[in-house]
Ligand binder design. Structure first.
Ligand code: BG6
Length: 490
């Protein structure tokens, strides 16, 4: 019937990601009839649970995510549980047995997806066991889905990659970057390559700068232990921010297939000008939130969060100026910024076009606003084009106008969740919206040079922005030096 068939093994099935995202996303696919009856899920985690208990968790997760739960019992009946000691071969052998039984029962054609939704320190161990204990000996496809963080720097990422490559080939590895599953991130490509009016202008002759902002209201929450070692640079820039930049800056691929798109993205990352030593302070700004008020609520400083050092040097905010040294982009700064505990939750891309050669409307002492193309990634989804038009009335004055497109999604309410799309892509074997190893390696290479400098010099002014603000003032200065300013994202 053309619908994908597979046994999905979720490692970390009692965790946050599984319960908040994976179960509800699978349910959506099931409900929309995109999954055949031929699927089964084995939830895997350390703690002992019966199938019934696990199925109950699955039901709860779906009920808290959506109102529509008509088929939840039927759906949950496809779920099984296996308690695993990740370092014990016997544990994998019995998992293999269960997998074999389900394969037969549901006629899964020997297709297997191994989803690692758990602490990264076990990724390597699990991959090795899957191979050694025979779980990857299948007649159908075998695919590994792996969550971030993919390593901590280039070296550890290489090590992890070598480990998983012993059991899976590159084209069997699906490295998740959930930003690539977002509707409007996927739209970047369509806006650029399906319209005659943008691509001819999409270069250093007509674009003055690009600004990519991803701000969050949330603080570090309970993730202090992870975040202290990560910081915003590794947590957001290495993956999500650079992926968006690659999509914005890449050349048109010769075809819309996985290899062609990825290879264009890789070229952007190769052209990214490396920043080292003193340049880092010139091109990058780091910040850490202090206490403040967010949405009417008083919140503590980062240094007072759980599992965070009182003298933490970890950045919760990054702003940077990226230069892409190729013919298309030479001279065009691409500014990025991302932070926690900001004023708003918003991910937006602003493309600022150069000023027209001469302003005929100066008489009113009015400077014309530059044309902007704004891509709203979240929470609103859409596109706004900022133009100038005539002010109604006698005079020939110009006034800014906006053309707006609000993406209402295919089902009229909400666009599918990133995870829903990515899971479905993986089941169908489409790796386009996953990160290739070459992209991971290049982006770590870029980011490592910056973290090296930051780790070796303690930020003297931390905390340097209040919770609920727009970030440190140094981020404004970064653009002011070039004669620009951040376009507001609210
Ligand atoms: C994750 C980071 O990858 O992305 C989190 O680890 C961050 O720290 C999250 O909060 C942001 O994702 P989104 O989809 O809410 O923009």
């Amino acid at each position: 019937n053309g619908k994908p068939t597979a046994l999905i093994m979720i490692f970390g099935a009692t965790g946050d990601l599984a319960n908040r995202k994976l179960f509800p996303s699978l349910y959506k696919l099931f409900e929309k009839d995109k999954l055949s009856e031929q699927f089964a899920v084995i939830g895997i985690a350390r703690r002992p649970l019966t199938n019934d208990e696990f199925q109950n968790n699955v039901r709860k997760s779906i009920q808290s995510a959506s109102k529509d739960d008509n088929r939840v019992d039927e759906f949950a009946s496809h779920f099984y549980y296996h308690s695993l000691d990740v370092t014990d071969s016997d544990s994998y052998v019995s998992l293999k047995k269960l997998a074999g039984e389900l394969d037969e029962h549901y006629q899964l054609d020997g297709n297997r997806i191994f989803y690692l939704a758990m602490a990264p320190e076990f990724f390597g161990t699990i991959a090795l066991h899957l191979k050694e204990d025979g779980l990857t000996d299948v007649n159908g496809f075998k695919r590994l889905v792996i969550e971030k963080p993919f390593g901590h720097d280039l070296e550890s990422a290489k090590e992890l990659n070598n480990q998983i490559r012993t059991a899976f080939s590159e084209d069997e590895i699906y490295r998740i970057d959930h930003y690539l599953g977002k509707e409007m991130v996927q739209n970047i490509e369509v806006i650029r390559f399906a319209n005659a009016i943008f691509e001819p202008l999409w270069n250093n002759r007509f674009i003055s700068n690009i600004q990519v902002t991803s701000s969050e209201i949330l603080g570090v929450e309970e993730r202090g232990r992870y975040y202290e070692k990560s910081g915003a640079l590794r947590d957001m820039v290495q993956n999500h921010m650079l992926q968006m930049v690659a999509l914005l800056a890449m050349e048109p691929p010769i075809r819309l297939n996985t290899e062609e798109i990825r290879s264009e993205k890789v070229k952007v990352l190769r052209a990214l000008r490396p920043m080292e030593g003193d340049e880092v302070e010139q091109y990058f700004v780091r910040g850490q939130y202090g206490s403040g008020t967010v949405s009417g609520e008083d919140v503590p400083a980062y240094r007072n969060e759980v599992m965070v050092s009182e003298e933490s040097n970890t950045e919760t905010y990054v702003a940077g100026k990226l230069m892409i040294d190729n013919f298309r982009w030479a001279g065009v700064p691409i500014y990025i910024r991302t932070g926690k505990r900001m004023e708003t939750k918003s991910t937006k891309i602003v493309i600022q076009f150069k000023d027209i050669p001469m302003n005929l409307y100066y008489r009113t002492e009015q400077t014309l606003n530059p044309n902007l193309l704004v891509i709203h990634i979240q929470p609103e989804e859409g596109i706004t084009l900022h133009l100038n038009a005539k002010k109604a009335g006698q005079s020939m004055e110009a006034t800014p106008v906006k053309l707006n497109f609000a993406n209402k999604g295919i089902d009229g309410i909400n666009t599918p969740e990133a995870y829903e799309k990515l899971l479905f892509d993986c089941m169908r074997g489409d790796a386009t919206n996953f990160t290739h190893w070459d992209e991971v390696a290049l982006s770590w290479g870029f980011v490592d040079k910056i973290s090296e400098v930051w780790e070796n010099s303690k930020a003297k002014n931390f905390p340097n922005y209040a919770s609920g603000s727009v970030g440190p003032k140094e981020a404004d200065e970064l653009l002011e030096r070039d004669g620009f300013f951040w376009w507001p994202v609210t």
